[in-house]
Ligand binder design. Structure first.
Ligand SMILES: NC(=O)c1ccc[n+]([C@@H]2O[C@H](COP(=O)([O-])OP(=O)(O)OC[C@H]3O[C@@H](n4cnc5c(N)ncnc54)[C@H](O)[C@@H]3O)[C@@H](O)[C@H]2O)c1
Ligand SMILES: [Fe+2]
Length: 350
């Protein structure tokens, strides 16, 4: 789990004092900032000292192992060692920061560690500061990366941040569509966790709270305001905690396949898939459609139209590789229930 958590509007202002005890010698802190903030006021609030450096994260595409390796190598070449890394941005930037932290202290390529419990050594001190709410990347023990052979996270006990700063003010101006797609990632985490076979009281307690907050912001409140940002940030945190002790399910397993082939982003990809999952999550899908309607969001249709057999096979292979997700969703005998033919039909509907 994350060692330290600070929550509150304006808490970003405490960044300097929070990281101060974690500076070693005169080694720099690296601030990895979502490129969206390149020309924004937030950058001027970063408390740079000594050799500290701001590195902008290009998140046009979701994080790749090659990108992680390149930044880690560049930091090693420039500084040898660093005190730590602070990731400021959405799930993509936070995942990059986690992965780069690990690759500062683990040999080889980040692709070698895509899987479960393959990471051998602690990373450098790492801090996560979300600017979008929903992924739960701020609390999870994974960082999702697309590598040469698979889209899979570095899931390990070394992966969670040492410190997170949850300041809902940073999400204030997120575009409505992006906020919805990333928010739905959280909603879908809750549905998949609460309806999964891995469910336990720990996951349930957090999942139910996160679900209640999602319902409040996306269905019950008349308009979006500061309270919505406050609540969605806590929903993301609780939703992430919920899956930390369980797993996600069908929507994630299928959307990973989609995104591996087509580069579809996580939030919107989950929405495209979840929209078609009545068979697995009937009540959740019904409520999701209500949220889509109320928030006037378009969910893209026919995204797999015209793909070749080989392309469908690629998506099916990536998806079926997510064994724990399927087992959580439909049980130990999932391979009998989710055949390649059935999964192909599902992909064809997207
Ligand atoms: N580690 C985990 O447990 C976990 C869980 C779910 C998803 N993920 C990963 O998270 C990523 C998706 O994250 P996301 O949905 O937060 O989106 P994102 O980080 O990919 O960002 C989406 C877009 O929003 C922009 N952006 C970020 N903050 C903004 C703000 N405040 N205002 C305006 N624009 C802003 C970004 O520049 C980018 O263009 C995927 O790579 C996914 O694999 C990780
Ligand atoms: Fe997710």
């Amino acid at each position: 789990m994350v060692g330290y958590v600070v929550y509150g509007r304006g808490s970003f202002n405490q960044l300097d004092e929070i990281i101060a005890p974690n500076r070693t010698d005169d080694l720099p802190i690296i601030f990895l900032v979502d490129h969206f903030f390149h020309d924004k006021a937030l950058v001027r609030r970063i408390p740079l000292q000594g050799h500290d450096k701001i590195v902008f994260a290009d998140v046009t595409y979701e994080p790749k192992t090659s990108q992680v390796d390149a930044v880690a190598q560049q930091l090693k070449d420039e500084f040898g060692k660093i005190s730590g890394i602070v990731g400021i941005g959405g799930g993509s930037t936070m995942d990059l920061a986690k992965a780069i932290s690990l690759m500062m202290n683990n040999p080889g390529s980040s692709a070698d560690y895509q899987g479960w419990d393959l990471v051998k050594h602690h990373g450098v001190y790492k801090v996560g500061i979300p600017t979008l709410s929903g992924t739960g990347a701020e609390v999870s023990r994974t960082c999702v990366l697309t590598g040469p052979a698979k889209k899979l996270g570095m899931n390990s006990d070394f992966t969670p941040f040492d410190q997170i700063i949850l300041d809902p003010e940073l999400t204030t101006n997120a575009p409505v569509n992006q906020r919805f797609y990333t928010g739905m990632d959280c909603y879908i985490h809750c549905i998949e966790s609460l309806n999964g076979t891995y469910l336990n009281e720990f996951s349930k307690s957090y999942g139910e709270k996160a679900l209640q907050l999602c319902r409040n912001v996306f269905l019950e409140k008349a308009k979006w305001d500061d309270e919505s940002d406050d609540q969605l940030m806590m929903a993301s945190y609780a939703g992430g905690m919920s899956i930390a002790y369980s797993q996600v399910g069908v929507a994630h397993a299928v959307s990973y396949g989609l995104s591996y082939l087509l580069g579809t982003k996580h939030g919107i990809g989950n929405c495209i898939v979840f929209d078609k999952l009545d068979e697995f999550y009937p009540a959740g899908v019904k409520e999701f459609k209500k949220m889509v309607g109320k928030n006037k969001i378009d969910i893209p249709q026919h995204v797999t139209k015209g793909l070749s057999d080989a392309q469908f096979d690629t998506m099916i292979n990536v998806s079926l590789g997510m064994k724990p997700l399927w087992e959580n969703a439909i049980g130990k005998d999932w391979e009998k229930k989710m055949t390649r033919e059935k999964l192909r039909k599902l992909f064809e509907q997207l």
